[in-house]
Design a protein around this ligand. Sequence first.
Ligand SMILES: *[C@@H]1O[C@H](CO)[C@@H](O)[C@H](O)[C@H]1NC(C)=O
Ligand SMILES: *[C@@H]1O[C@H](CO)[C@@H](O)[C@H](O)[C@H]1NC(C)=O
Ligand SMILES: *[C@@H]1O[C@H](CO)[C@@H](O)[C@H](O)[C@H]1NC(C)=O
Length: 178
Amino acid sequence: MANLQALVHALVLLGLALSCTATTYTVGDNSGWDISSDLESWPVGKKFVVGDVLLFQYSSSNSVNEVTKENFDGCNTTKYLQTWTNGNSSVPLTTPGMIYFVSGNQLYCLGGMKLQVNVQNNANSTAGAPLAGGPSSMPQPTSKSNDPSTTSSGFVHGGRDPLVLAFIGFMAAVLWMV
Ligand SMILES: *[C@@H]1O[C@H](CO)[C@@H](O)[C@H](O)[C@H]1NC(C)=O
Ligand SMILES: *[C@@H]1O[C@H](CO)[C@@H](O)[C@H](O)[C@H]1NC(C)=O
Ligand SMILES: *[C@@H]1O[C@H](CO)[C@@H](O)[C@H](O)[C@H]1NC(C)=O
């Protein structure tokens, strides 16, 4: 029995670790945020989701500006939404959609030192939110309150990550078989 508890404990920890995974991408990889980097092709084949982080590494004479699409297209580097200048900037991706960065140096931007990234919704971490938020999803208070299926379905709807649910299902199967 002790071994089984250790196994279940390990599985819970593994499930939590997997559900919290966020990726940090170093922009431009080894060449970094630099005029020499091929920043147009760098995002190709990568999947960016909400919660991931872009790490910009650059010389102290440079900077990173987040801009609108219009100012990205036109390399209008002065009208920025946010700017980073410390040479080693972690930028968390917090909202789905396109996000645009340019060098603070307009000539570098015109030379290709600009980056656009498509941030996808992390469906697995937000799938439960609409169900949990709506008033109509409140459990009925009366006759069904002692029905065990009520609690179990409420638990599933409150769950955030199918991976975690898969682990819970797996653990239930283990417990059933032992
Ligand atoms: C940048 O945009 C602002 C406002 O849209 C404009 O006033 C300014 O002239 C633009 N600068 C350049 C260099 O295009
Ligand atoms: C740059 O930032 C990252 C993430 O915050 C950190 O892990 C790394 O050690 C930093 N590198 C330098 C050279 O400061
Ligand atoms: C969500 O989970 C499904 C199945 O586990 C997986 O295929 C998909 O890539 C996940 N999506 C995200 C954005 O993590």
